[in-house]
Design a protein around this ligand. Structure first.
Ligand code: SAM
Length: 374
């Protein structure tokens, strides 16, 4: 099985700050979790230490969507531990745009204020090790955070043969994806359990399949992944791409259920609890697609199509480009993908009402217990 999360990974969000610029909903999701992050800090024993407080943001992309959450987290920390030094390390895959990330964190992105403009003694770093592996030395992280990232898989057991996403997978193909996703989640938790300090906290905000069957892009109205699949398959029908290119196209993601997320933390003899990680609290959260909400207000179908479709493209484009045959020049592959997303925008413009990329997330606060506790 080809690993998708190492140096050879082609997964990448849009560069040059365009991921954050076109993904307002992901920022809404993170802003909505500021209270969870601040409460987690409030529950920790942070005062009295002269050690730096280490924060990790796993799967951070260009850092724009989490900048205000980290500002709130640092303020919450400094209320109880004034002057305590903070080290924040952003992690992502090797092809992430770390230049855009540092530009944002260092206050160079127009219209975005960095926490460094408000707080002294904050040191910013980055790491390009996959979150399925240990990224930091044992017991060095105080507060770990991750949003909308851990639904990406480490590998695809096999492509989904008649769809582009697990949302359309059935039978053995779906079960193989589920097995991969559950093993990946355990690897993520074991790696985090090892690198958290005893008493440290981990907040994850992960895309999920809710108890009532909803997931991102499928909350009533059109199922976004079915729409994207239909348009991509249409390119086979009109001879633009081959059937094998279509079959190869699978976005390597999985939406776990709340029960699947919680299971390793509730299994008394299981490796995750033995590693000291405990579930403190969890809930499933709905976040409205800001572009669909804007359309509901202004009824401007053109504006909706030109904002909603780029939002879906920021994170999926590289999957489509890389599924096309490598013998095609890159410019041809990009032209095909341009045409594909144009057809998506045309569809939304002509019939806007059913479309939305609302989010469903499972929010979880976890704690690494001290030796001898719980
Ligand atoms: C949709 S973006 C989310 C970015 C940001 N956390 C947010 O919520 O807006 C998902 C990020 O996860 C990263 N990612 C995917 N697989 C990863 C892995 N194995 N290790 C680290 N980062 C990964 C992607 O490169 C991407 O930047």
């Amino acid at each position: 099985m080809r690993r998708l999360d190492g140096a050879g990974s082609t997964i990448s969000m849009w560069h040059e700050g365009d991921y954050s610029a076109h993904t307002r909903g992901a920022k809404d999701v993170i802003d909505g979790a500021r209270d969870l992050a601040c409460d987690a800090i409030a529950e920790m024993d942070v005062a009295g230490s002269r050690e730096p407080f280490h924060i990790a943001d796993y799967g951070a992309a260009d850092g724009g969507t989490s900048i205000d959450l980290h500002r709130a987290t640092i303020s919450a920390l400094r209320e109880r531990a004034p002057g305590r030094t903070v080290c924040i390390t952003y992690t992502d895959l090797p092809r992430n745009d770390y230049s855009a990330l540092f530009t944002t964190a260092h206050g160079g992105r127009p219209g975005v204020t960095s926490y460094r403009d408000e707080h002294d003694g904050v040191f910013v770093y980055a790491a390009a090790t996959s979150f399925f592996e240990p990224i930091f030395p044992p017991e060095t992280i105080d507060f770990g955070f991750s949003a909308t990232a851990m639904h990406w898989l480490s590998a695809l057991p096999s492509p989904v043969s008649d769809h582009i996403h697990m949302a359309g997978a059935r039978g053995e193909e779906l079960e193989a994806l589920r097995a991969r996703a559950l093993a990946d989640w355990q690897d993520i938790l074991l790696a985090r359990a090892a690198e958290l300090k005893p008493g440290g906290r981990l907040l994850t905000i992960n895309l999920a399949l809710s108890e009532d069957g909803r997931h991102m892009g499928n909350t009533g109205g059109a199922n976004m992944f079915d729409v994207m699949n239909r348009l991509w398959r249409g390119l086979v029908d009109d001879g633009t791409i081959t059937a094998s290119e279509y079959r190869r196209t699978t976005i390597p993601q999985f939406y776990r259920t709340p029960a699947e997320f919680h299971a390793p933390l509730l299994d008394p003899g299981g490796p995750v609890r033995c590693a000291g990680l405990r579930l403190v609290r969890a809930h499933t959260r709905f976040t409205r697609c800001p572009y669909a909400a804007g359309f509901a207000e202004d009824r401007d179908a053109g504006r909706f199509a030109e904002t909603y479709v780029p939002n879906t493209r920021t994170w999926s484009e590289t999957v489509f480009v890389n599924a096309l045959d490598a013998t095609r020049p890159l410019s041809q592959r990009q032209a095909i993908v341009d045409r594909y997303f144009r057809s998506f925008a045309d569809l939304v413009r002509s019939d806007p009402d059913p479309h939305a990329m609302d989010y469903i997330h499972e929010c979880m606060v976890m704690e690494k217990v001290r030796p001898g506790e719980g």
